[in-house]
Ligand binder design. Structure first.
Ligand code: AMP
Ligand code: GLY
Length: 424
């Protein structure tokens, strides 16, 4: 099979690597890809939002399967464009990707179908939002409705902060048109867990759990980022929690989408908060997490091509997902100054060590090759250094050891990825 992956981050590198292991995969392409993905796939210089060009490329090359890694093209309807051209594609259609694309939609869906989530109200008028806040309990959470690179969420401790937040989102349009509508939500406390799943629109199969570290600095300080590191499985995601989620959240979400005439085929990412009142949905995403994919996929024993094809064909009930009885930790190496401002173009040394060590992976996010053919930094998150181990503790030790193999000017990382497991 010829397979095309759409995207350019560490997640797409992890997807490409999992697909490359399949005996069915003869040739991989990635659009637009990055320098690391270029080692296992042919990178094609077409942007992820150039749907017509991508579909034309897929037709020309007789691509058998396209896998969309990123949220923007999914929410924008890439799957519908490919399907219209008779191309096989893994991911939800536009009318289902709205599960991620609109927080107001997903909150209303959860309310309608009794899926546990934080109490909320939606607003399209800033005056009404301000009037509501006057009597709201603090802290409160403000969410711009649309996609905002994971940054359209403000946690406000005081009424003044909340008022300023409404102005930022709805009036100053800091997150663009994502701020035309806004959700105001009850603040929840507890541990966060990411659970990824495959679904064909009827059946849902859960992958091993993971936990992200979204803040830039140790101790969960600093600004929110795209994710500074992950571990899998989460020791806080117990069998009892899994049972409750299976009863109240996972199948209920798939059935709700089907009942709404929006059958969801692809990956649903459940962002869960484990509260005192039980697990609740923080958010849905319509794709693998980044950097969750980097710790979940290396532990998956199934042939990813088979699982994806079963999602497309509606035969997921015949698949049993199987994960190695081990753990994985991913530490993101970022550029100093991320997520605010940083320099690019620094030479990265030491990457070849990963080619010779089993159980260690270096997933590229922001990298490219310079004219001399050297790997150089090309983004805020540069690499996702990942290691497996028999236990989380061992995986954590291995991952941090491997962060020392690579070097580039301005290399920045958190030192406490997976530290929480010590409390478990
Ligand atoms: P989201 O993009 O909706 O997942 O929000 C980003 C982050 O904001 C989440 O990972 C949580 O850490 C935090 N967050 C979102 N909603 C809430 C909430 N209702 N209560 C507490 N924290 C929240
Ligand atoms: N790691 C969080 C996300 O992919 O949205």
């Amino acid at each position: 099979m010829k397979i095309l992956i759409v995207g350019s981050g560490g997640r797409e590198h992890a997807i490409a690597q999992a697909l490359a292991k399949s005996p069915k995969a003869e040739k991989l392409y990635c659009a637009p890809g990055n320098a690391g993905i270029g080692q296992i796939a042919e990178c094609v210089p077409i942007g992820a939002m150039e749907f017509d060009k991508l579909a034309a490329f897929a037709k020309e090359q007789a691509i058998d399967l396209t896998v969309v890694g990123m949220d923007d093209p999914l929410v924008g309807g890439i799957v519908d464009v490919f399907e219209k051209e008779g191309l096989r594609v893994f991911g939800p259609r536009k009318n289902a990707a709205i599960l991620e694309g609109s927080k107001a939609f997903s909150k209303d869906l959860m309310k309608k179908y009794g899926i546990p989530t934080a109490a909320y109200e939606t607003f399209d008028d800033p005056e009404k939002a301000l009037a509501y806040l006057a009597n709201a309990k603090m802290p409160v959470v403000l969410k711009a409705d649309g996609l905002a690179l994971g940054k359209g969420v403000l946690i406000c401790n005081t009424l003044d902060e909340a008022k300023a937040g409404v102005k930022e989102i709805m009036q100053d349009k800091k997150f663009g048109s994502a701020g035309d509508h806004m959700v105001i939500e009850e603040f929840m406390t507890g541990r966060e867990v990411s659970v990824l799943s495959f679904t064909d629109g009827k059946t849902i199969k859960i992958m091993s759990s993971a936990q992200d570290h979204k803040r830039a600095m140790d101790g969960d300080k600093g600004l929110n980022t795209g994710g500074m590191g992950t571990f899998s499985p989460s020791p806080f995601y117990t069998e009892e929690i899994d049972r409750v989620c299976k009863e109240k959240i996972y199948q209920a979400t798939v059935d709700a989408m089907a009942a709404e005439g929006r059958p969801f085929s692809g990956v649903i990412f459940f962002g869960l908060m484990l509260t005192e009142d039980g697990p609740k949905v923080l958010e849905y995403n319509a794709r693998f997490g980044d950097p969750e994919a980097q710790v979940v996929l290396p532990r998956m024993k199934n042939d990813l091509v088979d699982v994806m094809e079963a999602c497309i064909d509606g035969t997921l009930d015949q698949i049993t997902l199987d994960f190695a009885d081990n753990a994985a930790v991913c530490v993101v190496l970022a550029s100093e100054g991320y997520p605010v401002s940083y320099e690019k173009g620094f030479v990265i040394n030491g990457l070849s060590k990963f080619d010779t060590e089993d159980g260690y992976f270096c997933f590229h996010a922001g990298t490219k090759k310079n004219d001399a053919g050297e790997f150089v930094t090309n983004g805020g998150r540069v690499l996702g250094v990942t290691a497996v181990g028999e236990t989380l503790k061992k995986a954590r030790e291995n991952a941090y050891k491997a962060t020392e193999w690579v070097d580039f000017q301005g290399k920045y990382m958190r030192h406490d990825i997976g530290k929480a497991i010590e409390e478990a």
